[in-house]
Design a protein around this ligand. Structure first.
Ligand SMILES: *Cc1c(COP(=O)(O)O)cnc(C)c1O
Length: 425
């Protein structure tokens, strides 16, 4: 074996140019230019004789998800906040969230003065563990917030059954799973409310953006107001220069509205989402078959009930004994050098996450008792911790490349394993 790791001066496995993300489609220019010239840049701007992009996108995204209602928002975090508010979650209530997720899952709960209760994950899916959910329910639990993480979905059969048994609403955070299906049903329609992020890295994006979907007309009415400072859409006929948002609120809101430019981009991007899913899923399935041939390499496979998989990150669990006992971070660095593409460990669990620091915000100091309840340090999350130490992730754009990308990634993993003893720690 004369090969040398790229990390220590050898030839990398590939010099390929990686697909760009996000990718504007043909119509984006036109739609954005029309919006610029229209004089209506926000849902809260004057009506100009045409429907807003925001309401067009809401209708299209609801239809895409087979949901009755969609309320677009400024970002995924605000979608989570209005979903919790619409469900009546508030001061002192407990919300169960997975211990392995983006920090917004927790901060959104804190932002409604509630207590995020960290629940460990199922090592097979990396999503919240239904057995651990049952164990974490107390008389103060008000909602269960699940995240469909990376390329998986949480076990929605068991979790919706638990919700029914305990009378608890399920909030589905689909920020990483736009368009996924569980036994044929879209992610976000299995619980009471589904939320989405359309931030730059996500599968559907406008740079920043978000949405909440629901089949319940009362929840939809509340969601609408909660993100528009309490305003609703005018129901009567409008004349130019009228406001389309009117002050007839039933609940107090905040301004978390998506701009007309964001909505224009999302309409454009939604048109290619399914074709991109197909391409990513095809490459991912092939890659999984290739990687499973390598000792110590176990790609995370979505559960059998996931009838439409989505890939926000492609995730692989490593038996590091097969990689000369090197730490995951060192293996990630070696792979990155071979591929010229970022390879990262999965999230730090929320009980040890550098982004999750509730004590640094004065607004959360409601009482000494509350501060104790929101202290992440009191949780034990062994499976989330193990995932952080064993599971590496690759962001989705590489799955949009041609089929040869599969051979490149599999080759890089095999090469790094073979030469693992030479990886600098
Ligand atoms: C990205 C993300 C969010 C937050 O969305 P923003 O648009 O960045 O506010 C929430 N939850 C999960 C699981 C995410 O991946």
């Amino acid at each position: 074996m004369t090969e040398t790791l790229a990390l220590t001066g050898g030839h990398p496995v590939t010099h390929r140019a990686w697909p760009q993300w996000p990718r504007p489609q043909q119509e984006a220019d036109e739609r954005l230019a029309r919006t610029l010239a229209s004089g209506r840049w926000a849902l809260s701007g004057e009506w100009k004789g045409a429907r807003s992009n925001e309401q067009d996108f809401a209708e299209q995204f609801a239809q895409y998800n087979d949901a009755r209602h969609c309320v677009p928002t400024a970002n995924g975090t605000s979608a989570l906040v209005i979903a919790l508010e619409a469900l009546g979650v508030g001061a002192g209530d407990e919300v169960l969230i997975p211990g392995l997720t983006w920090v917004a899952s927790a901060s959104a709960v804190l932002n409604v003065n509630a207590v995020p209760v960290l629940v460990d994950i199922d090592p097979e899916t990396l999503c919240i563990d239904p057995t651990a959910i049952e164990a974490a329910i107390t008389p103060r639990t008000r909602a269960i917030s699940v995240v469909h993480l990376y390329c998986s979905m949480a076990d929605m059969d068991r979790i919706t059954a638990i919700g029914r048994r305990h009378g608890l609403p399920i909030l589905e955070d689909c920020a990483q799973a736009h368009g996924a299906r569980w036994n044929g049903r879209r992610a976000g329609t299995l619980g009471s409310i589904g939320t989405f992020s359309m931030q730059q890295t996500k599968l559907l994006t406008a740079g920043e953006g978000g949405a909440a979907i629901t089949d319940d007309p009362e929840l939809a009415d509340r969601l609408f107001q909660l993100r528009a400072d309490g305003r609703r859409l005018a129901t009567g006929p409008l004349a130019p220069r009228d406001m389309e948002l009117v002050d007839n609120s039933s609940v107090m809101g905040n301004n978390y509205c998506l701009s007309e430019f964001g909505a224009a981009l999302l309409i454009d991007q939604l048109g290619t989402l399914d074709a991109e899913h197909e391409r990513r899923a095809g490459n991912a399935a092939l890659l999984t078959r290739n990687l499973e041939e390598i000792p110590g390499v176990r790609p995370i496979r979505p559960a059998a009930a996931v009838t439409q998989p989505t890939y926000y990150h492609y995730a692989i669990r490593l038996d590091l004994e097969e990689f000369a006992g090197k730490p995951l971070l060192a293996v990630c660095r070696a792979l990155r050098a071979e591929l010229g593409y970022p390879v990262q460990p999965s999230y730090a669990p929320l009980n040890h996450n550098p982004l999750y620091r509730p004590h640094t915000k004065r607004r959360y100091h409601l009482s000494d008792e509350h501060m104790k309840r929101i202290d992440p340090g009191s949780y034990k999350l062994p499976e989330a911790q193990r995932a952080h130490e064993e599971v590496l992730t690759l962001h989705h754009p590489f799955l949009l490349a041609d089929e040869e990308v599969v051979a490149d990634v599999a080759h890089a993993v095999a090469k790094v394993r073979t030469l693992a003893s030479r990886i600098p720690d």
